[in-house]
Ligand binder design. Structure first.
Ligand code: MTE
Length: 491
């Protein structure tokens, strides 16, 4: 069975770590939370089990939780434990009122035995209990896996950094593990006077130069593109998962161009070219290069780039849509006019309501999404829930994020967690007490240039409904009375 399509319809596997007891700590005494003091007195949250129970099963669990019973949940744990080869002691590990918690009363094997030795894994892997956290394809989106996309599981991530192995992928002609000893980067001008001493750099040459490390998000211009017309996909992995954030290390492109004798008066546009079969070529605005922001990067999250992300060299173009972050970078040309390549004249353009296409709308505008609660998750109990999400802007830093639980009628300002960096993901959180009523959860980000995220109604008034790229509309998650969360759209 195709695991990806299975997730759409019949999520079946249990992730034990997704259910846990929670002791409420009073953090925020707004009028809303004071009114709901009664609810939170229970002091427990059973967090939504994500994608592991079939819909009917979830309803059973929810009903039992409400009645104070846990027969089904215990069964679900037991079968999931078998499924995931979890030690039996964990499967039995639910406290029965009055009997004490076996996880406290019985010592598990890991407290009494000898664990595994150092370097058992030369390169460490996530726990087997986290095996469900994967980047995934959207079933039926593309015909081949070489010209396709995988989506990052935003709903399962914390903080702002995307683990390299979960970073979304977008390839036009498949990925390669390129030999760094034979990889070359050529820097030339469109005519001999624009770059006086064109050069060919080896990886060793580049890695000897002064480098910088910076945190930035990368978002494909097509992220949320399936939602322009109407609701198309169920979870935030698929609505917003063409988004990732890493610490990138490399050499400012300005340094390499200076090294080659660039004429900055005549040279106003850069062409970046990748070495894979897709002939990926993009024109890069010179302002970003002059500011030192654009990097010729070889490092990602403290190690070399992963092959899927352009090993050994890629361009990092902060704030600009992902297609300009050319992977397997092999050539930089400085010229005096835009290049008008296929990937900027035909692809990655915005179809406007009148039938015209807008080109070169490269900046990823201010955007945010609530990742918890989000589509496909289920709130199992009333009481305290942490609303958490991500905000970002290609124009600079996030200044504030407002969150609504009533479809945009009322807004509360969320906490921005540090660090808040330019052209980088920002994590936001907001305390919320769920009374069990239906809720429409939204986030609305504002960046430090004053740009505010727009509603679908406002976006469609300008852009129509047939665009593909650059959809930064406000996302709505409908928390139903059953606790199930669905993707919906409000104008
Ligand atoms: N560079 C090359 N050489 N080949 C590609 O297919 N895809 C582009 C860009 N750079 C691409 C490329 C697109 S459309 C995006 S969104 C990003 O790479 C995706 O980067 P990632 O796969 O590291 O997430």
């Amino acid at each position: 069975m195709d695991l990806a399509s299975q997730r759409y319809h019949q999520p079946v596997k249990v992730r034990l770590s997704r259910i846990f007891a929670f002791t409420y700590i009073e953090i925020d005494a707004t009028p809303e939370t004071i009114v709901q003091r009664q609810d939170r007195a229970s002091g427990r949250l059973m967090k939504a089990p994500e994608n592991f129970l079939a819909h009917d099963d979830v309803r059973t669990v929810w009903a039992e939780a409400r009645d104070g019973r846990r027969d089904f949940l215990r069964q679900a744990f037991a079968s999931a434990a078998a499924c995931l080869a979890v030690p039996a002691v964990l499967a039995q590990g639910l406290a029965v009122p009055g009997e004490g918690d076996p996880n406290i009363l019985q010592l598990p094997a890991h407290s009494t035995g000898l664990g595994q030795g150092v370097a058992t894994e030369g390169y460490g892997k996530p726990s087997r209990y986290e095996a469900n956290v994967q980047r995934r394809q959207s079933p039926g989106l593309t015909q081949t896996r070489q010209a396709s996309v995988s989506f990052a599981p935003l709903q399962s991530l914390f903080g702002i950094v995307t683990p390299s192995g979960l970073h979304f992928e977008r390839h036009h002609q498949g990925w390669w593990d390129v030999d760094p000893t034979t990889h070359r980067l050529m820097v030339n001008g469109s005519d001999p006077a624009i770059v006086k001493t064109p050069k060919v750099f080896t990886m060793d040459d580049i890695m000897r130069l002064p480098s910088v490390s910076r945190f930035h998000f990368i978002e494909c211009g097509a992220n949320t593109g399936m939602e322009w017309g109407n609701v198309a996909v169920p979870t935030c992995q698929y609505t917003h998962g063409m988004l990732s954030c890493s610490e990138f290390t490399g050499v400012p492109l300005r340094t390499l161009l200076d090294f080659c004798g660039a004429d900055w008066k005549r040279g106003r546009f850069v062409l970046a070219e990748g070495a894979d079969g897709s002939s990926m070529t993009r024109t890069i605005p010179i302002s970003l290069i002059e500011s030192g922001e654009v990097l010729v990067a070889y490092g990602q999250n403290g190690e070399m780039l992963r092959p899927e992300h352009g090993y050994p060299l890629r361009l990092v173009v902060p704030g600009v849509q992902g297609v300009s972050w050319v992977k397997y970078l092999r050539r930089i040309e400085l010229g005096d006019q835009p290049y008008g390549t296929k990937d900027e004249t035909i692809h990655y353009v915005d179809l406007l309501p009148g039938g015209q296409h807008r080109q070169y709308s490269s900046t990823q505008e201010v955007k945010s999404v609530v990742t918890t609660p989000s589509g496909g998750q289920v709130l199992l109990e009333k009481g305290f829930h942490n609303i958490s999400g991500l905000a970002w802007s290609g124009r600079g830093k996030i200044r504030r994020v407002d969150v609504s639980v009533d479809g945009g009628r009322n807004w509360r300002e969320a906490r921005l967690e540090s660090p808040v960096l330019s052209k980088c993901l920002t994590r936001f959180n907001l305390d919320w007490v769920w009374k069990g009523d239906a809720a429409l959860v939204q986030s609305r980000a504002t960046d430090d240039t004053g740009q505010v995220q727009a509603t679908y109604g406002q976006m469609r008034a300008v852009r129509g409904t047939r665009s593909i790229y650059h959809n930064n509309s406000i996302q709505t998650w409908w928390v139903q009375e059953s606790g199930e969360v669905c993707n919906v759209q409000l104008s």
